[in-house]
Each structure stands twice: as structure tokens, then as C-alpha cells.
Design a protein around this ligand. Structure first.
Ligand code: ATP
Length: 325
């Protein structure tokens, strides 16, 4: 066994497949002669020393479970230099030589700053349902969330069709429309309203303009949640005002999108990236996120991974538009 420990934490919003990632990192590390510590409640637990050793048995029977056995949290303290100093001291005390952070762009931003300040090796794994990290085609949790949304929309469609209604279904994604655009394609929805396509066109006007009710007696529009208030309720209110002839309803899917048993795709992705993260450490890599591009594992520097506004393939918009006539 090698000296010291690797430390694993999950941070930010939970995503299905985080447990499969913890399992993969732990088992791969042990397999290669490293000892492992689990850090509970993200950066908050690192600061507060909520840490204990993980064995191969500790990660048994979790590959199929949603959420995270290590718990997750958002830590205001870690955003301060004092908080990060405490985190560093705890790392030293616990003999953790490399930190593995599973989370989204916020979590990796934190890891980047921490690594710069204290020269500690950090390795990131993309754990977020939003799929908004650069340099990786997919993030862990995205596929499961997408499948959950599609299952829900299939059910909503029965009501929409029976009552001849327009449903605005709001999904997660924050500044990224991947969940909305691809769930719209997969569920046969009539339109998706996504942040990436809101620059110069009014997507509601476009959708109405396409004559959505000419051949159909109901419609489903998937809308990305909006920090600026332009979510499903906004568009539903507009339709009520501007097109009062339509019967409009809103469904906000909310937190049911995050949990649940991970899809096979997410379990495999988590397992591959988890093993690759240990490989990366053994190669001397640090301050990189382990991603997947064209089905190959890649190392993405933190600075690139956390760039804002990962572009969505605009051909997906054409696919939806052509198929929703
Ligand atoms: P999700 O995509 O699911 O929301 P996330 O990782 O983007 O996940 P955030 O809430 O943005 O979630 O970030 C998680 C945590 O990362 C924060 O609570 C904070 O502890 C840390 N963090 C975020 N930004 C910074 C920063 N600029 N400096 C230090 N730490 C940060």
C-alpha cells in the first residue's frame, strides 16, 4: 500500500451515477495500491473534517443507487480564503495527497482555485445532470435525467392529447438547453425553448408561427428553467394573454429529475471515468477533469472545463423543427 490517502467528495447538485463514480474511483484506487478516504458533504465536510476511510466493501451494492452515499452540499465557506485554508489543513491532517471532486462547474471552479492556492493535486469528474461542462461530450447523470424527463413527458402527453391542451413542461439545465432540446426530440414534443436559442428570436412566436395546431390537437413544449424568470410559467402566461383560445397548462418537473437508479449509460460512463481518474493520477496528471470525447477518455484542464456556455449542436434544433410539423 502506498503512503497517504486519496480523498473523494461529491459537491453541488446530486446526479444519478455519483455513487457508481465513487465506487469506481475507490475500487480502482485500491486495486492499484492506494488507500481511500470518503469526504462527507462536499467541501463543507472537508472543512469540518467529516472524513472516514472507504474500503471495497463500503462501496458494495451502490452502483444502482441514485444520490450520493457521501452526501453533497453547497459550501459558502469554501468560497472564502479562510474556508479553503481550513480545508487544506484538514487535508494535511488526514494525509490526503490527491483530491477527487465529483460535481458540476461550480465544484470544479472551487477545485481549480484550491489547487492554485495550495498546490494540491485535484482531479475532477463531471457529475451533473446539466451536461454543461466543456471538453466532455457527456456528464454523469445527464442520460438518466434525460430518460426520466422523457418518461414523464410520455405520461403528460396522454393528458395533453385527451384534453386537447398545450403543456409547457419545465426541465432543469440552468443556462444549458441539453436536457430540454434532447428530451423534446426523444419525447416527440412540438418545441423546445432553450437558453442557447434566445438571442434574437422569440421562440414562442416562432413556435406559434409554425402553426402548431394545424395538424395536431395538443402540444408539448419543453422549456429550460430560467434564472431570469422566463421559465414555463412565463410562456404559459403569454399564451393565455396573446392566444386566449388555447387551453394551457404548466408542469414543472423539479427535483424528480435528479434522482433514481442510473441508466446503463451513466453507470458505464461513471465506471470508465472513475478508473481513468486513477490512471490519470498515476500518470502525474493534476488539475484536470476526466471527460469523454468521441468515446475516448480525455483529460480536460479545469480552466477549459468550466468555460461558460458550452455550445449545443444547432442541428438538433433543425431535427426537432422538421419532426414536429
Ligand atoms: P450543479 O451543476 O449540479 O449545480 P455545481 O458543482 O455547479 O453543480 P455549485 O453550487 O455551483 O454546483 O457549486 C458547488 C460548490 O462548489 C459551492 O457550494 C462551493 O462550495 C464550490 N464553489 C463554487 N464556486 C466556487 C468558487 N468560485 N470558489 C470556491 N468554491 C466554489
Amino acid at each position: 500500500m502506498k503512503e497517504g490517502y486519496i480523498g473523494i467528495l461529491t459537491s453541488g447538485g446530486d446526479a444519478s451515477g455519483m455513487n457508481a463514480t465513487i465506487r469506481a474511483i475507490t475500487r480502482s484506487a485500491i486495486c492499484n495500491g492506494y488507500k481511500v478516504k470518503g469526504i462527507y458533504r462536499g467541501y463543507e465536510g472537508l472543512i469540518n473534517d467529516e472524513i472516514r476511510e472507504l474500503t471495497t466493501e463500503d462501496v458494495s451494492n451502490i452502483i444502482q443507487r441514485g444520490g450520493t452515499i457521501l452526501k453533497t452540499a453547497r459550501s459558502k465557506d469554501f468560497e472564502t480564503p479562510e474556508g479553503r485554508k481550513k480545508a487544506y489543513e484538514v487535508m494535511q491532517k488526514e494525509k490526503i495527497h490527491t483530491l477527487f471532486v465529483i460535481g458540476g462547474d461550480g465544484s470544479l471552479t472551487g477545485a481549480r482555485i484550491f489547487a492554485q492556492e495550495y498546490d494540491v493535486p485535484c482531479i475532477g469528474l463531471p457529475g451533473t445532470i446539466d451536461n454543461d461542462l466543456w471538453g466532455t461530450d457527456l456528464t454523469i447523470g445527464y442520460d438518466t435525467a434525460l430518460n426520466t424527463i422523457v418518461e414523464c413527458v410520455d405520461k403528460i402527453r396522454d393528458t395533453a392529447t385527451s384534453h386537447e391542451r398545450i403543456f409547457f413542461v419545465e426541465v432543469m439545465g440552468r443556462d444549458a438547453g441539453f436536457l430540454a432540446q434532447n428530451s423534446a426530440i426523444a419525447s416527440g414534443a412540438e418545441a423546445a425553448i432553450i437558453p442557447e436559442d434566445q438571442t434574437d428570436t422569440d421562440q414562442l412566436e416562432e413556435f406559434i408561427g409554425r402553426g402548431f395546431r394545424k395538424t395536431k390537437n395538443s402540444s408539448i413544449v419543453i422549456v429550460t428553467e430560467s434564472p431570469t424568470g422566463k421559465g414555463a410559467n412565463y410562456y404559459a402566461e403569454r399564451v393565455k394573454r396573446e392566444y386566449p383560445q388555447y387551453d394551457v397548462r404548466v408542469t414543472i418537473l423539479g427535483h424528480l429529475q435528479r434522482g433514481g437508479s442510473p441508466s446503463a449509460g451513466d453507470r458505464i460512463l461513471a465506471s470508465r471515468l472513475g478508473c481513468a481518474s486513477i490512471q490519470a493520477m498515476m500518470e502525474g496528471q493534476r488539475n484536470v477533469m476526466i471527460g469523454i470525447r468521441n468515446d475516448k477518455v480525455v483529460y480536460v484542464p479545469f480552466a477549459e472545463a468550466i468555460k461558460k456556455n458550452k455550445p449545443i449542436d444547432k442541428s438538433l434544433i433543425t431535427v426537432l423543427n422538421e419532426l414536429s410539423i
